[in-house]
Design a protein around this ligand. Structure first.
Ligand SMILES: NC(=O)c1ccc[n+]([C@@H]2O[C@H](COP(=O)([O-])OP(=O)(O)OC[C@H]3O[C@@H](n4cnc5c(N)ncnc54)[C@H](OP(=O)(O)O)[C@@H]3O)[C@@H](O)[C@H]2O)c1
Length: 339
C-alpha cells in the first residue's frame, strides 16, 4: 500500500471561456484514499484525454453533468488494483474505468472492467479496445450501415475514432476516404491503414471540389467527427439515401457562440437522407459484441492503431490541449505509471 505516497489530482480551476488554457486546471495533492466496504483502490497507469471533456467544463444542460469547479477532472483510465474489498477484483488486476485525472482512486466497481493484458498493450483499452473503438464500430455499422462498393467519407480521419471508421468500412467492402489536418496524417491513413484516398483540409482551399474529386461516385455514408465548414461541404455531395452518422462536432467545441452555417435541410429532402446523431452509451448492452469483434480484427491484423503518448500526470492538461489542436495521430493518452 502506498501509505506514504500522495495522490496528485488535476482539478478544474475555472470554467474556460473559448479555448481552454493550462491555468484553467490546478494540480492539487492529497492523501491516497482508503477503500471502503465493497470498494477497490486503484493506481492509474494510463489516462485518456478526449474531446468530450471540453463539454464537461461547461455548466450547460447536456447528456452528462459538468465537472464542478474545484472537482477532479473526469476521464477514463487504465489502472492497477492495489487493494480490493470487492469480490469482482483482486490486487494486481488491470482494470479500465472512469477514475479521473489523478494518481489513485477508489471505486465501488460499477462501470469498471477487467482488461486482459495478454491481448494487447493495456493502454489500448482507452482506444481501439475501448470507448473510441466502440464509437467507430457502432456508429459506422449501426447508423451508416455501409454496403460493399459504397463510398464512406470520414472527417477527423486520423484520430482515435476516425482512423478505425475508415478501416472498418474497408473490412465491410466499402471505399474509404478520410479528411485530416496534416500531410503526415493523410499519409498514415492512406499508406498504412488502407484508406483509398484522403486530403489535408488545412492545405485545400475548396473542400467541396476536393471531396468531389476523391469521391467520383458521390458519398453514400458520411461519418462526421468535426462539423463546421467541412461538413457543410459534404452535404451537397451525398448520394440519394445516403446515411450520415453525426458522432462529434469538434470544430465547434471551443466556440462561445455557435457558428451560423448554411441551411442544409433541403439536401435531406432532395436526397432522402438519413442523418442521425448518436452517443456510444446507447449501445452499452452490446459493448461485449463490439469489443470481441474489434479484438478479433486486431489480432488478425485487419485493423491497426496508433497512440500519441505524453509522459507524466503533470502534463495531462497539455495533452488534452494538444489533442484539441490536432497534434495527436491516433489516440492521445497520458502515461502515468508502469504496472
Ligand atoms: N458520439 C459519441 O459517443 C462519441 C464518442 C467518442 C468521440 N466522439 C466524437 O468523435 C470525434 C473524434 O473524437 P476522438 O476521440 O477520436 O478524437 P481525435 O480525433 O483523436 O482527436 C481530435 C481531433 O480533432 C481534430 N480537430 C480539432 N479541431 C478541428 C477542427 N476545427 N476541424 C476539424 N478537425 C479538428 C484534430 O485532428 P486534425 O489534425 O485532423 O484537425 C484532432 O486530432 C470528436 O468530435 C468527439 O467528440 C463522439
Amino acid at each position: 500500500m502506498p501509505s506514504n505516497d500522495v495522490n496528485r489530482q488535476w482539478l478544474l480551476a475555472n470554467r474556460p471561456v473559448g479555448w481552454p488554457k493550462e491555468s484553467d486546471f490546478k494540480l492539487a495533492e492529497g492523501p491516497v484514499p482508503e477503500p471502503g466496504r465493497g470498494e477497490v483502490l486503484v493506481r492509474t497507469l494510463w489516462l485518456s484525454v478526449d474531446p468530450y471533456m471540453r463539454g464537461r467544463m461547461r455548466d450547460v444542460k447536456s447528456y452528462a453533468p459538468p465537472v464542478p469547479v474545484g472537482g477532479v477532472m473526469e476521464g477514463g483510465a487504465v489502472a492497477k488494483v492495489l487493494a480490493s474489498d470487492n469480490p469482482k477484483f483482486v490486487p494486481a488486476d488491470i482494470v479500465e474505468g472512469r477514475f479521473g485525472w489523478q494518481d489513485y482512486a477508489v471505486s465501488d466497481g460499477k462501470g469498471v472492467r477487467k482488461i486482459d493484458p495478454t491481448l494487447a498493450p493495456v493502454s489500448s483499452a482507452l482506444g481501439v479496445l475501448g470507448m473510441p473503438g466502440l464509437t467507430a464500430y457502432f456508429g459506422l455499422l449501426d447508423i451508416c450501415r455501409p454496403k460493399p462498393g459504397e463510398t464512406v467519407l470520414v472527417s477527423g480521419a486520423a484520430g482515435a475514432v476516425g482512423s478505425l471508421v475508415g478501416q472498418i468500412a474497408k473490412i465491410k467492402g466499402a471505399r474509404s476516404v478520410g479528411i485530416a489536418g496534416s500531410d503526415d496524417k493523410v499519409r498514415w491513413i492512406t499508406e498504412e491503414l488502407g484508406f483509398d484516398a484522403g486530403f489535408n483540409y488545412k492545405t485545400v482551399p475548396n473542400y467541396g471540389a476536393k471531396i468531389a474529386e476523391l469521391c467520383p461516385n458521390g458519398v453514400d455514408c458520411y461519418f462526421d467527427n468535426v462539423g463546421g465548414e467541412i461538413t457543410d461541404a459534404v452535404f451537397p455531395l451525398l448520394n440519394p439515401r445516403a446515411r450520415v452518422a453525426v458522432c462529434g462536432q469538434i470544430s465547434q467545441y471551443n466556440m462561445e457562440k455557435l457558428d451560423q452555417g448554411p441551411r442544409l435541410l433541403w439536401h435531406f429532402v432532395r436526397q432522402q437522407l438519413k442523418v442521425e446523431g448518436f452517443l456510444v452509451f446507447q449501445f452499452a448492452d452490446r459493448y461485449k459484441e463490439g469489443l470481441n469483434q474489434l479484438a478479433k480484427w486486431l489480432t488478425e491484423e485487419r485493423i491497426r492503431y496508433r497512440e500519441t503518448v505524453v509522459e507524466g500526470l503533470e502534463h495531462t492538461p497539455a495533452a488534452f490541449l494538444a489533442m484539441m489542436r490536432g497534434e495527436n495521430i491516433g489516440k492521445q493518452v497520458v502515461h502515468v505509471a508502469d504496472a
